[in-house]
Design a protein around this ligand. Sequence first.
Ligand code: ATP
Length: 440
Amino acid sequence: MPSPKPLNLTDELQRKFPAEVLSVLQEVGKVASQMGMTAYAVGGFVRDLLLGTPTLDIDIVVEGNGIALAQKLAQMWQADLTVHERFFTATLQWRLKEPVSTIASTNACILSRLDIATARKERYPSPAALPEVEPASILDDLWRRDFTINAMAICLDPTRFGELVDPTGGFGDLRRGIIRVLHERSFVDDPTRIFRAVRYEQRFNFKIEPKTLQLICQARDESFLAKLSRDRIKHELWRILQERDPTKPMRRLSKLRILSVIAPELCVTKERLEWMRKANEWLNWFVEKFPEKPLERERALLLPLFPTYEAVNSFSQRYQLGKSEKECGLALLKALRRRTPKRPSGWVRWLNPLPLEAALVLAAKRSSPNDPAWQRYFLEWRWARPDITGEDLKAHGITGRAISIGLQAALAVKLDEGADARRQLEVALRRAQQCQTSRR
Ligand code: ATP
């Protein structure tokens, strides 16, 4: 019996992407074919297209030599090229300044990068070790992947453009909403897939299929997570914290008793997850208001889960967090012991010494994102400065620490009473002079 005609996704690609993206895909397929190779778009790109939520994060896999194809395309499109010989991969990146040709400029506007890899097979020398890789066919490449829904490809060759390649039943699982591994040793070979399974299950509201769930529990009970380096676990945890609603995968990881293995110091209760959810809302609110201010979201989102100073210290040591990350957690716990002040100057004294992330998480504990006083703190008070400077105080003979004490008093009277610069100077001088007299 002839095998059924493969599904062709050209119409879907046309419907979901601007013409420029389609022409990039066609061009990749054409150039590969001219070089005697076959190119495919793979993984998350295919999954998200079929889910109706297309992404511009495009991964290309080539039967042949991915690096040679990337070099050719980089030259044609005036793109920057980064090559990783060891992994048979390359990345094209477009710089947005002064593109040379039309195709280069269109690509740069729509796609900022394109990842190209040689189709490969993987062998895991020991559990949780990084795999050894060798060039192979697209089918081998798809069979080495994590889940069926991530193991599909779209052929870009001009003769078969748009054809879905789905050797593992990914399309069916996507329709049924199922996360399924491709073989029994999947989590033993690479336990990071446990985090990935939970991440996709919760992101798409899917279900981890029963046998796959059993394999996760088995890998957990047989301590395979302990074989992963701390860096790899932290990377996966951070990716989970980057999800739109990170509380869902965190709750699931906790229920599966995986968090208690990788981070026993985290306390995952209903209340703390609710706090994390609100912290996420506050972070979103802040990013919308101040898109240019850097914010470490992952660090902030974990803060509600630390019950004690010891928990912060132990987690920081386990995952080798930097000094500032650790201090952010400690400062928050300390600030939580104080009541919310009444006057703006009290807010500034209470919250300005905290890293922004900790202040936002504190906001999440004490309010909702439309609380006007908290909003005013982040919109105005945190950034407010007095209308006088240290030079003004120096001109009146004030020196040393008394200058900053005087300036604090000036800011307080500005925020609490709306005092003008003249009054701010008066108050600042009085306070600074008191300070100098008491020092003598
Ligand atoms: P998203 O970024 O939306 O989470 P993605 O599918 O783009 O999804 P990546 O981590 O960028 O995720 O991985 C790209 C593809 O590489 C995946 O779709 C999957 O096919 C494969 N892959 C990634 N990590 C693994 C892994 N640990 N084991 C096997 N295959 C993997």
